[in-house]
Design a protein around this ligand. Structure first.
Ligand SMILES: *[C@@H]1O[C@H](CO)[C@@H](O)[C@H](O)[C@H]1NC(C)=O
Ligand SMILES: *[C@@H]1O[C@H](CO)[C@@H](O)[C@H](O)[C@H]1NC(C)=O
Length: 200
């Protein structure tokens, strides 16, 4: 009798307990993926502030309001999702340039769009670009970028739009571009790239 009862209890509560467990797990996992810590927001703000890409001498630029800065968009949690740096003559001044290496890419875990057009962006495309795994848009066209396309580009699996045309990028077009199966726009023209090898 006891064993029958036990078995009944076990069958009855089993699925509910599992459902509860799975629900809690879902809540924990869901919370982990959407909650953004204040350290994360601080790291993003520091990266923006230390980049030298913005003129922060203006009084209205403070680290706590970087979501309101020109060319920056954030999600509801205040984490930076887009940098659209397309104001050619605003800053830096015409005689100056901005350097890719001074923007600490490792700080931006939620960046979906990085657009830097014709801004005299200099340097090479950093290997760290591959850490921006949420990127869907990457447009670096019309700058002065040198070096090769980093192999880490293979990590940008969500990329739909890639434009690095009109730079001085050289070397072979990496076969890693073949991993980017969501790409609908790909522009590599006007660089010093060599023949396609094993692409797509
Ligand atoms: C930066 O902004 C300040 C204050 O608006 C301005 O006086 C200064 O000329 C700007 N610097 C550059 C390099 O544009
Ligand atoms: C770049 O950001 C990461 C993550 O926030 C941080 O750990 C690292 O110290 C930063 N690097 C520099 C050079 O500021």
């Amino acid at each position: 009798m006891n064993s029958v009862k036990y078995s009944f209890v076990s069958n009855f509560y089993g699925p509910e307990i599992w459902a509860l467990f799975l629900l809690s797990w879902g809540v924990i996992v869901g919370t982990q993926s959407t909650t953004i810590t204040s350290q994360q927001l601080q790291a993003e703000a520091n990266a923006i502030l230390n980049s030298g890409w913005w003129n922060t001498s203006d009084a209205h630029f403070t680290i706590s309001n970087c979501c309101n800065w020109l060319d920056i968009s954030c999600n509801d949690d205040g984490s930076i999702t887009a940098i659209h740096f397309a104001h050619v003559f605003q800053y830096p001044r015409e005689d100056s340039s901005i350097h890719f290496a001074t923007l600490n890419l490792t700080a931006f875990r939620n960046l979906e769009s990085l657009i830097v057009l014709g801004n005299r962006l200099r340097g090479t495309i950093p290997e760290e670009i591959g850490l921006l795994t949420k990127l869907t848009h990457l447009d670096l066209s019309g700058n002065s970028l040198l070096g090769e396309i980093p192999h880490s580009i293979r990590n940008l699996r969500r990329l739909e739009y890639l434009d690095i045309s009109l730079n001085n990028i050289q070397g072979f077009i990496p076969s890693e571009l073949g991993f980017l199966t969501k790409i609908t726009t790909l522009s590599l023209s006007h660089n010093r790239l060599k023949a396609l090898r094993h692409l797509f």
